[in-house]
Ligand binder design. Sequence first.
Ligand code: P6P
Length: 349
Amino acid sequence: MPEFMYAATSPAEDLKGVTLERYIRSEELKHPGARGFFSRLVSQICLAAKIINAEVNKAGLVEILGLTGKKNIQGEEVQKLDEYANEVFRRALDHTGYVSALASEEMDEPYLIPGDFVDDGQYVVVYDPLDGSSNIDVNVSIGSIFSILRRRSPGNGPTTMEDFLQPGAAQLCAGYVIYGSSTMLVYTSGRGVHGFTLDPSVGEFFLSHPDIQIPPRGRIYSINEGNSAYWHDEVARYIAHLKAEDKASGRPYSGRYIGSLVADFHRNLLKGGVFLYPGDKKSKTGKLRLLYECNPMAFIVEQAGGAATDGTRRILEIQPGKLHQRVPLVIGSRDDVAEATRFLQGEAG
Ligand code: P6P
């Protein structure tokens, strides 16, 4: 079969080097009923990523660094690039015709797309437009995170909060973009995890990491040790366990913490390891948001063979109560997450 004539059912490995659009099309061909809505959504997200990437890459040269002087609903300082990225996602998604509403870390309430821009508004999208903001001004990797849900309310009626407050297991698609040494878009739509690298010389994402699988156990742990004074005993015991020498189980692990969830997660996804942002004596539910940080990453890691819990429950089974709800997060290699969860449950250590 000539190079360009990939069969519709080609495994991802055979499609290495194709563009993101071409890959999405090959996925679509596997589902005769597909009408291309979803594909065009991911393509628009891809456009947003390219636009944000262009700004991130010259942030030191244009007046877009620093703070806006505002605070978001999380009480966090809003960086200029946060606000810019939020607008880029909103504008990329509000004219597709298939999305009825958007929710973002940077918007207190959902943005309801005006009715005349919505033809068959069966999807809602939640996103963190620029994750790792505190790293923007010091040139450390940051990212965007997104999740696509099918509405539960009737498509011809108003979008409701229940359309957003769905357990992570209901996600149709989840992904992130990491603006790092190269810019990558990693996503899953329930059939494996695939990574696409942006070639800035042509402005296209090409399939570089088909079928990503996270090693079942790693040798890296990521946690903000600066919070150790607030850790519950179970967390302290687990981290001490990872630091203790035991050659048979590959301990001590290496500590790696970048302070951008996307960057810490991406490294562990490729190399194996465990990331924790647990609840502690200062913040019972930790810091990370369920809908647009924990759920997308949990969908991706499970599709790659890993696991994600809140220290007790599987993240994807948590029923959200509020749009910006925070939950504790333990995520990464399957065996490491299982061991961490046993410690956090007081069943080990
Ligand atoms: P801390 C970035 O602000 C973020 O939301 C995640 O990307 C990151 O994992 C976490 O917060 C870092 O938080 O408290 O360790 O600085």
